[in-house]
Write a protein of this length. Structure first.
Lengths: 352, 269
């Protein structure tokens, strides 16, 4: 940009007629502060009719807002909650929601638009410079504060009466302990609850759909079933707490497709039972792909290979899904042969 | 004859000749083709199997093998049952256009009679689930609330809470259930197409499947109202957040820029 592009009045030499003070700063700062451009008036500043018109526009916007608010109240009273109407292009929508949304939207928008129009066309737009005062206090004030403080410290005997000072320190150090003690009420410690679930030797696998115990012949290759331990009911007060640990997903894989030796050993004729709780942060994980035998966690895309010991093949999960060892009892129902051998769900400090 | 030869250079002459030739070939074939051996003794069922076998040889055998035994390009069809055929062909997924992570649904090129014949042939290869009847899948009078519970515990992990679908691994996805007929939903649950696990009657009885179909119809049907208005695909917080942050905030920034850029000065500089 050449100097020709700058309006003449904005050039530093033109700005300051006296010249000498500016000349000095110009030597130190080649890009001197050009100062403010001269103020230009708006139409509304010079033409009273334009100002009146702006005033009417702002008042109109505020009036529309008032009417819209009245419309909001009226629609709240008028429309029943369950009324559904068809409005193009939104589709079938609750008449009440639509009316409330539109009227409140108009009411708020018109207040904003009116305020902006008012500020831009009618309020004063003269540029003002307000110099900032020095942050540092005067030297006399500072000296007085220091001497007052010294006098106060001397009069309180803080340095002289050590017994008072030390007991005060002690009292103030101990007081926060009462708050710390209350943290105990945040709940009992988990103890070994994270290490055990409701699964135990001999507990039958109950289908969560039908609430009937599962037989091996019920579980087809390629199917997906969710199970809970027998003796649990959805009406138990601790059902959610317990199922959060005990949730089980059951799939059947052709035994020759199972790559992990222990998995095959812990399965029953290819029926394998894995914890449904992701080992990353504990999301329920059951996006099972029956051809690849991959189970995907919807939260962070951890992927487990259910045909290879539920090994983690992708994502942030730290370890494989725990497998439940299963067998068949005398009546021919699937049963657990013990609890999970390791804690289910996410890792924790003492997990080991 | 003179008249004919005079018109031999007419633009439509080639078309007429072609039609005549086709008619002649067809007529000759009809006359000399081996007479239908299923004259009297064969039942309608085995007729359908025969017809299905012919359709199979044309449309399916290149990937699934000449006897449905499967090849490296397609799985074995022994034991998949008529329901699987009715679903895969009825939704246009099969015959597949090209191999890939997942075969998507497309326009169905077979009519229902041909699909039934194909299904009869594939069912004859090995026992599998039969095509459900209207009584089995019609959601009339089913428990929508129970269906919702079942859907959320068995289906929602992949198909989303109202059946809008979702992503799986390596380009696979759970398709949206919008506009899928009750029969096809029933068959999908029963047979587990592609990577979807199956939910056989032994673990999810017929009544529960009906409840699920009724739930899908209630929350994702043509007439399903969306009380809040624009559902943004009903995919949950991701699409809503994207809309709010990109569109909502973008519009606000654009308006702010527009307001500030328009000078209110009388003299435009």
């Amino acid at each position: 940009m050449s100097s020709q592009d700058i309006p003449e009045e904005n050039l530093p030499s033109e700005q300051d007629a006296a010249g000498h003070t500016l000349q000095k700063t110009a030597d130190e700062h080649p890009f001197a502060d050009p100062g403010l451009p001269p103020h230009e008036h708006r139409v509304q500043d010079v033409d009273e009719r334009a100002a009146k018109s702006s005033e009417r526009t702002v008042a109109l916007l505020f009036t529309i807002s008032m009417l819209a608010t009245i419309g909001f109240i009226a629609s709240y009273v008028a429309f029943p909650v369950e009324k559904i109407v068809y409005i193009w292009p939104i589709g079938h929508i609750s008449a009440l929601n639509f009316a409330l949304g539109v009227t409140l939207g108009i009411a708020l928008f018109c207040i904003g638009a009116g305020a902006v129009h008012w500020a831009r066309t009618l309020m004063s737009d003269v540029e003002i410079v307000d110099e900032r005062h020095a942050i540092e206090a005067e030297p006399e004030v500072r000296a007085k504060v220091m001497s007052d403080f010294a006098a106060g410290a001397e009069e309180s005997g803080f340095g002289r009466r050590k017994l008072i000072r030390n007991t005060m320190f002690g009292a103030m150090a101990l007081v926060p302990l009462s708050g710390v003690i209350l943290l105990r009420d945040l709940g009992p410690l988990p103890e070994d609850k994270l290490r055990h679930t409701r699964w135990a030797r001999g507990k039958m696998l109950v289908n969560m759909n039908t609430h009937e115990p599962l037989r091996p012949e019920d579980v087809a290759v390629g199917s997906l079933t969710f199970a809970m331990p027998e003796g649990m009911s959805e009406h138990d007060h601790d059902f959610q707490t317990e199922i959060a640990k005990a949730a089980l997903m059951i799939v059947r894989i052709q035994p020759e497709d199972i790559k992990d030796k222990r998995e095959l050993e812990w399965s029953h004729e290819g029926i394998v039972a894995y914890s449904k709780i992701c080992t990353h942060v504990g999301c329920p994980i059951s996006l099972y792909e029956q051809q690849t035998h991959h189970a995907l966690c919807p939260c962070h895309q951890s992927t487990f290979d259910l045909s290879d010991g539920a090994r983690v093949i992708f994502g942030p999960a730290g370890h494989a899904l725990p497998q439940l060892r299963i067998g068949v009892n005398e009546e021919g129902y699937l049963e657990a042969l013990g609890d999970f051998e390791e804690p289910v769900g996410p890792s924790f400090w003492e997990r080991g | 004859m003179k008249k004919l030869s005079a018109r031999r250079r007419h633009p439509l002459a080639a078309v007429v000749v072609l039609l005549l030739a086709l008619a002649a070939t067809g007529g000759l074939y009809a006359a000399f083709a081996p007479a239908d051996k299923a004259q009297a003794d064969e039942t309608a069922q085995s007729l359908a199997i025969d017809e299905g076998k012919k359709l199979y040889a044309v449309g399916c055998a290149s990937c699934h093998g000449t006897g449905g035994q499967g090849t490296s390009d397609g799985p074995s069809l022994v034991g998949v049952g008529a329901a699987a055929v009715d679903f895969q062909v009825g939704t246009g997924r099969m015959p597949a256009q090209q191999p890939g992570a997942q075969v998507p649904k497309k326009k169905n090129i077979y009519n229902q009679a041909e699909i039934d014949q194909l299904a009869a042939y594939v069912a004859s290869l090995g026992a599998g689930p039969a095509v459900p009847t209207d009584k089995q899948y019609n959601p009339e009078g089913a428990d929508i609330g129970k269906g919702g519970e079942l859907f959320r515990s068995n289906c929602a992990q992949c198909h989303n809470f109202t059946g809008e679908g979702g992503a799986l691994t390596h380009g696979k996805f759970a398709p949206s259930l919008e506009g899928v007929s009750p029969k096809h939903i029933y068959e999908a649950m029963q047979t587990g197409p592609q990577n979807m696990p199956s939910f056989p009657d032994t673990t999810m009885p017929e009544k529960e499947k009906k409840d699920i179909i009724a739930y899908i119809d209630a929350v994702n049907g043509d007439e399903t109202p969306s009380p809040g208005g624009l559902s943004l695909g009903g995919l949950g917080p991701v699409s809503e957040g994207l809309f709010a942050w990109i569109f909502g905030l973008g519009v606000m920034i654009a308006v702010a820029v527009w307001v500030a850029a328009r000078t209110a000065k009388a003299k435009k500089s």
